[in-house]
Write a protein of this length. Structure first.
Length: 200
């Protein structure tokens, strides 16, 4: 099963691109959503999080206390790294098991931190979704109801487009949504072809 990783900064349209792949019958694994699920449902991961960050990481009803956990890792790179070190291996294992159950030509792994988390080592191809900065700011403000300054701070904490371009196998520039479908269709054809090529 060929695996394609799709990434992109906030407001780039990564999720829109992934929805277009899904509309073409491609199975998509949303790593952000699945990470939240695993932090809630995976007993081993829950125990490791509670051991590292305290029992307060989970409320009395058993639900993850996201506000508490965010407070523990915000502004503390070591704590954030420790949390990622617990969550990322669980996500990778879950993705691999999920991919093995799929039956299409290839699957998509959607991740905002594909390269930062080392997830590119678990896929065969990578795609970066790019968009002009001001357009990303405008989209995110409209979607999340935040200020441009807040969005720019979030963008500054992510890999820039030049780095994504250099590291990804393919790129999609998302300026007009009407141009996205043809770009996705072209990549879909390419990946289906490559999925049937002999592996080196």
């Amino acid at each position: 099963m060929m695996k394609v990783g799709i990434t992109g900064g906030i407001g780039s349209g990564k999720s829109t691109v992934c929805r277009l792949f899904a509309a073409r019958g491609v199975a998509v694994y949303d790593s952000d959503t699945e990470a939240r699920r695993l932090m809630q449902e995976d007993a081993g991961l829950r125990a490791r999080i509670a051991d590292r960050f305290g029992a307060e990481a989970y409320r009395r009803d058993g639900t993850l206390d996201r506000k508490y956990l965010a407070g523990r890792v915000f502004g503390d790179p070591a704590a954030l790294s420790a949390l990622n070190g617990l969550v990322h291996p669980a996500v990778i294992a879950d993705f691999e098991a999920w991919a093995a159950r799929q039956t299409g030509d290839y699957v998509v792994l959607e991740s905002a931190i594909l390269f930062e988390a080392g997830l590119e080592r678990h896929v065969d191809r990578t795609v970066a979704v790019l968009a002009p900065l001001e357009l990303r700011v405008e989209r995110t403000c409209r979607r999340d109801g935040c200020t441009p300054e807040e969005v720019r701070r979030r963008i500054a904490a992510q890999l820039d487009d030049d780095t994504l371009c250099a590291r990804a196998d393919c790129t999609i520039v998302n300026i007009r949504e009407s141009e996205l479908a043809p770009a996705v269709e072209e990549l879909d054809r390419r990946f289906r072809y490559e999925a049937h090529m002999p592996r080196a």
